[in-house]
Design a protein around this ligand. Sequence first.
Ligand SMILES: [Zn+2]
Ligand SMILES: [Zn+2]
Length: 266
Amino acid sequence: MTTLYVLGSGSGGNAFAIAAVDQVLLVDAGFSAREITRRAVQVGLDLSRVSGLVLTHEHGDHTTGAARLAETLGVPILTAPGTWDRLRPRMPTARFLPLAIMGGVQHGAFHIEACPISHDAAEPVAISIRTALGHRIGIAYDLGRPTTAVRFLLRESHALILEANHDEVRLRTSGYPPAVQQRIAGSGGHLSNRAAAELLSELVHPGLATVVLAHLSARCNSVEEARAEVWPALVAADFAGQLHVSLQDRPLGPIPLGPDLARLEN
Ligand SMILES: [Zn+2]
Ligand SMILES: [Zn+2]
């Protein structure tokens, strides 16, 4: 079984895990290693099975615990070369495996594809992970706008973790200075609830069973608002799966991704 764990998501920290066969792949480590360990225990995730840590970009809300976690678990960091250049001084003992941008790498039970995204970081990526059991999980957050490459990467996913950062009206009335508002709403910033709903309605297909909304702004969004904007778009596109909304302060999961597709196909 492929299982998804949302250890937490928001501007204060992001961390996810995918378990398949007897291996676990971590995606981002935006909390302290101690906090990630605490949350893993809460959801029954065995960190001793982690085989690698994928990092989407170097911002602190995605990498705070990465160096310590990689060291204590004895696992490599998989990220884009440009991101590694920024991180290397902070993690001199970590082992680096480059992600193939617009390509894929096999890492144990996981095949990891990456594509560039529009965000104000060195070489940020969205990723798609195909497990040895045939499940595809697409992960895209911290993106100012969805590009053709992102749409292509996320197509035919069985589970999607997608940013729904802010409600556009709440951002405009948030009290943030205009420059900050422009950064968040701009092409190097974050995806709004409306943009997430539009992208999701394009990505719905009969095999999409799980959608997780991620990276909600604490100041300009809420679980209820994100759900209220996205759910009708999913229903209109004939989505028949489950919608989850990730939380900043508590983990979600385990979320099982259905029967083993590789076995069904054989
Ligand atoms: Zn970022
Ligand atoms: Zn972020």
